[in-house]
Design a protein around this ligand. Structure first.
Ligand code: ZN
Length: 173
């Protein structure tokens, strides 16, 4: 397994809509990519990592979210789709492509998502709280959307100012 390097905003791959994973791409290469993504995410102490974040412009992500009852929501979602959302949550959000930046983002509280697993089999997930936030955040990555786009204009302005400061002090790259 290998640790992949994580792209930082504003790398153009992060702002590009990912290509769906085709039927003939559910192979060993995809399995290696997913293993490397899990490894990379864990090393970076993240709860989610999407393919565009490691420079692969495809629609897939991995997640490993601790859930209240002590279990974890550990999944691979290939070609994810949001089927239904419910409610609202407001909380701090971070992103491995925005090192050191945390900002309040409003998201839906509950998400039903449909995706394919590593074998190409379709499945549905019904999750809430942090797992829901994670799925929405990572599906956005597959669409070339970053969490900056989900902030209120004021918070976005603050975030952009902070990014500039971090870039100047060399803490961004
Ligand atoms: Zn992210």
């Amino acid at each position: 397994m290998s640790i992949l390097s994580i792209l930082h905003y504003p790398d153009p791959v992060l702002l590009t809509v990912g290509k769906p994973v085709a039927d003939d791409e559910f192979n060993e290469e995809l399995q290696t990519l997913v293993s490397d993504m899990f490894e990379t995410m864990e090393r970076a102490s993240g709860v989610g990592l999407a393919a565009p974040q490691i420079g692969v412009s495809k629609r897939l992500f991995v997640m490993d979210v601790p859930v209240e009852d002590g279990t974890r929501e550990r999944h691979v979602l290939v070609n994810p789709e949001i089927v239904r959302v419910e409610g609202e949550q407001t909380g701090d959000e971070g992103c491995l492509s925005f090192p050191g930046l945390y900002q309040v983002v409003q998201r839906e509280m509950r998400v039903i998502a449909r995706a394919r697993n590593i074998e190409g089999k379709e499945f549905e997930l019904d999750v809430a709280d942090l797992a829901a936030r994670c799925i929405l955040h990572e599906t956005d990555h597959c669409d070339g959307i970053v969490f900056l786009d989900r902030m209120t204009p004021l918070k976005r302005q603050l975030a952009k100012r902070k990014i500039k400061t971090l870039q100047k002090t060399g803490k961004w790259n």
